[in-house]
Design a protein around this ligand. Structure first.
Ligand SMILES: C[S@@+](CC[C@H](N)C(=O)[O-])C[C@H]1O[C@@H](n2cnc3c(N)ncnc32)[C@H](O)[C@@H]1O
Length: 206
């Protein structure tokens, strides 16, 4: 367990309201659109990796998706998310884990990651993440990834990040995954700063 990574994120969610963090989105529209585009059934297993206190899970429940899991290194993020969701929070599986150490006990039709992979600036951590991803996805499962794009910030939450181009992602993910689509989005932080995100949709070959 990377304890400094965990304590960093636990501290974020105990000192900041989820609506004030730079990555906050009242409605994660692009993620919802991508999840709908995959065409998975409402019963499909969906994992939001590094979901933190994101409202994605609220929106997916409203849209009728029934098998939702949120994984995060920081349990304090879940405290905020559960308080917001109230009774329906029990419909979600909350998994406290560092994604690089996650040992899945089942497989998922969708692995969604917005703004988590780009914090892995160490090549060994990235490989570990990709190994866990391959182990966790069902055959022909979908990997929905949002990282900072080439023009995105170089740091977030006080930490260094790796920015990505489509070519860089292809070099990491092909041939195990093929790209279905990608799009650039300009995210506006609560303080109205612009951040370039690269959203990409990948499907496992097997
Ligand atoms: C920038 S936030 C994004 C949160 C959410 N995905 C969103 O879009 O609102 C990064 C999230 O990843 C979590 N995180 C960071 N490193 C992680 C790791 N190695 N394993 C699991 N979660 C991690 C943090 O606790 C935080 O909730």
């Amino acid at each position: 367990m990377n304890t400094s990574r965990k304590s960093h994120w636990e501290n974020v969610y105990t000192t900041k309201e989820s609506v004030n963090v730079s990555w906050y989105q009242p409605v994660p529209a692009k993620s919802l659109e991508l999840i709908r585009s995959t065409g998975v059934l409402p019963q499909a297993a969906i994992l939001d990796v590094g979901g933190g206190a994101s409202t994605l899970v609220d929106n997916l429940l409203d849209a009728g998706y029934q098998d939702l899991s949120v994984l995060d290194i920081a349990s304090s993020a879940f405290t905020q998310a559960r308080a917001r969701l109230g009774a329906v929070a029990t419909q979600v599986k909350w998994i406290e884990s560092d994604v690089t150490e996650f040992e899945p006990s089942r497989s998922y039709a969708i692995w969604h990651d917005r703004a988590v992979f780009h914090f892995l600036t160490d090549a060994a951590d990235r490989q570990q993440y990709l190994d866990v991803l391959r182990k966790s996805l069902q055959a022909q499962g979908h990997f929905l990834l949002a990282t900072f794009g080439e023009e995105g910030p170089t740091r977030c939450s006080g930490l260094e990040v790796q920015r990505y181009s489509v070519e860089m992602l292809k070099a990491l993910l092909e041939p195990d995954f093929h790209m279905r689509a990608y799009e650039i989005e300009e995210h506006r932080t609560p303080k109205r700063a612009a951040q370039e995100f690269l959203y990409s949709w990948w499907q496992a070959e097997v």
